[in-house]
Design a protein around this ligand. Sequence first.
Ligand code: 26Q
Length: 822
Amino acid sequence: MKKYDEIKTKVVIKPLPKDSYSLSESFNLYLRNHLGHFTGFVPYYFYEAMALAVRDRIMTNWYDTWDRHNKPQTRKAYYMSLEFLIGRALGNHLLNMDIEQPTRDTLLEFSMTLEDVISEEPDAGLGNGGLGRLAACFMDSCASLDLPVLGYGIRYEYGMFKQHIENGHQIEEPDHWLRDGNPWEIPRPEFEQSIQFGGYTEKYHDNEGVERVRWIDSNDVVAIPHDMPISGYRNNTVNTLRLWKATASEVFSLDDFNAGSYSDAVEAKNDAEHISMVLYPNDASESGKVLRLKQQYFLASASLQDVIRIWERTNGYQYDDFARYNVFQLNDTHPTIAVAELMRILIDIKKLDWKQAWAITTQTMAYTNHTLLPEALESWPTTMMKSLLPRLMEIIYQINENFMHEVALKWPGDNDRLARMSIIEEGNGKRVRMAYLAIVGSFSINGVADLHSKLLCTGLFKDFYELWPEKFNNKTNGVTPRRWLAHANPLLRDFITENIGSDWVADLSHIKQLQQAMHKNEAAFMRGWTDIKQQNKQRLANMVKNECGVEFNTDALFDVQVKRVHEYKRQLLNILHVIHLYVKIKKGDTSNWTPRCVLIGGKAAPGYHMAKLIIKLVNNVAEIVNEDPDVGDRLKVAFLKNYNVSRMEVICPGTDLSEQISTAGKEASGTGNMKFMMNGAITIGTYDGANIEILEAVGEDNFFLFGLKADEVEGMRQNYLPQGFIDNDSELADVMHLLESGHFNLFEPHLFDDVIAALKSPHDPWLTLADFRSYVDCQMRVVDFFQNREAWTRASIANTSNSGFFSTDRTMQQYNADIWKL
Ligand code: 26Q
């Protein structure tokens, strides 16, 4: 059989035209001939047919990009991540390929709007939150910058759970996003890879008499790549996101079948497929489950074998310049087992010696850290690692032995330091510290915002920074302006483009020009800006009404906190402020009142008791406040269920006030803060993560800063007395009193005892009550400012026009300049 590119065919495949006639023709063909729907009216099929028609217009560019990026002597980067929180793809491709209008025209023939069809697409929710969404924004920017970057991830059958609310409690429901198929993915079973688990290792001598190790008697699982196209913004580049699906090596093992154990064979298939079945929904603490380790190794091994397959196809079987042309970016420690796996492949399979293999590994691996919470640092029991991945455990021991030697040379006799830095944590039950393996195996270690990167060097990774200061660097996060401004906020997109042209979409540094543009005709500009904000607030209010049944009046201040629910993010502080406002209203202290609509949304990890209780508290407070006739329109509170990428696309354009109120020193960066800023919301925030850089970009007149700084937080821990704050602040005392009185849980006695105890504990790690006064005072400055609509609008414009730095295009250019060098 011939390869496709060897075939001489009469047929010439030309790129398909993008006009409305051609698009409509493709769409109709798909609807009728492919899907077989010429009667009936099922909106999902319209989405599917449109997605396929659009995909046809991506394919030529996809092939061309692949060829171009796979030429010999093209240096490539691989973004390895257990999560890619992509959301919907159709609208994004339409924007990138500039075929939104033809698509609208086509759908008009069926009396359908584009918005109807777009909303039929299920979110690809293959991530928890910030880290996963960041990976998706990075992919978008790499394609838009034409950087040869391939994403590697897992094709989870079930993504992030769907969140329902029953009686105020979070209920998780599986997210079977692939139920109706996925028109964007192309399975490529021809590039399957085999992944070993279990078994044992033995030494042997090869033909040349060299002692080697082989890993035998393992249970193998097959990894099948499914490719998703990542289109660049109007540049004909289409990059690839390659997601691995797990299957059994033989669907029906003949031995088992003949022995009559048909069910054993099916069981093996089931076990294998479990690996890519579901995304772990923890976002800030390790799960410790074997299946999670299997997922991590599955991704690392399949991806590395794939890179090596492609390498050998273009470069033959030499590895001398492998490190010149390949670089792996590890998205947190999750794929870090790749460090040991690359060593295994190079030594055991490719027969390189340790020294060569280690040189290649440490020149190709780069690690990004996303957290400062010690409880979130991954470590695996050596017993688990040994039984699941026996060869990798041996390699990790060897890496550690060599590393300990290096440390001992630099600091002779410093045994404490050796123990602190060891990749193997000693104690009852030894464990592998994955972050240390990542640091030792990488040439670059970066944090995700200035403060975070500094704190890594002075705190969590201090010893390593003293050893290798040159490895450490910062790469402040960003978000893609295509999805988060041009797509999510079409009204503002068109307004901006009318004023400064459209260059900003591909290069957000141009957004700065808004300031000058405004001065040309200030009155009209400001009117245009407020009109758009009002319309976006109405769109958000409609969503809130539909989803929560709560009426938001668009004249009120829209005050929004959406993110994963975690104690360090302090949704509790937000709720305390809401209760404070409620107390004020009940006391009649409402002169000069500014109406406020508070929206809170986010998922709690299913096993995180306190986070789930916080959700329940938000819902209970919302119910009391919204139903109290004394409150009326002065205050509305809603908990928006199932916060996800698509919902954020409606939320951030309709927000006035962006809540970024984590305990200082705890939020590595935050990226929601950037989406809000880009869409002209003003931030109320602590001096934490990327908030600091947002504050520097907009200036303190356009940012509401409050709370303790990171060093002050650490200073206060020693003698933190929350009761003191209550005793010295009658407004805080009123809030605590109302909460403790059971006013929000009249028929659910003691329900919130744990929340109250946490707030009042001298060991509260998040020091919530310490920031209460500063937060409430700051919120008063917010409403004063909001009453002066002109001043508010100026600040809103200042936020958008100073958001240029927070594009992932900039972030990717920095990764490329400092780390990847593509
Ligand atoms: C670990 C072990 C087992 C199971 C799950 C996990 C796990 C999964 C996801 C641990 C952490 C995460 C996600 C972390 C995350 O999203 N961190 C956020 O990353 C953003 C992008 O850099 C930052 O902006 C946020 O500040 C940071 O919290």
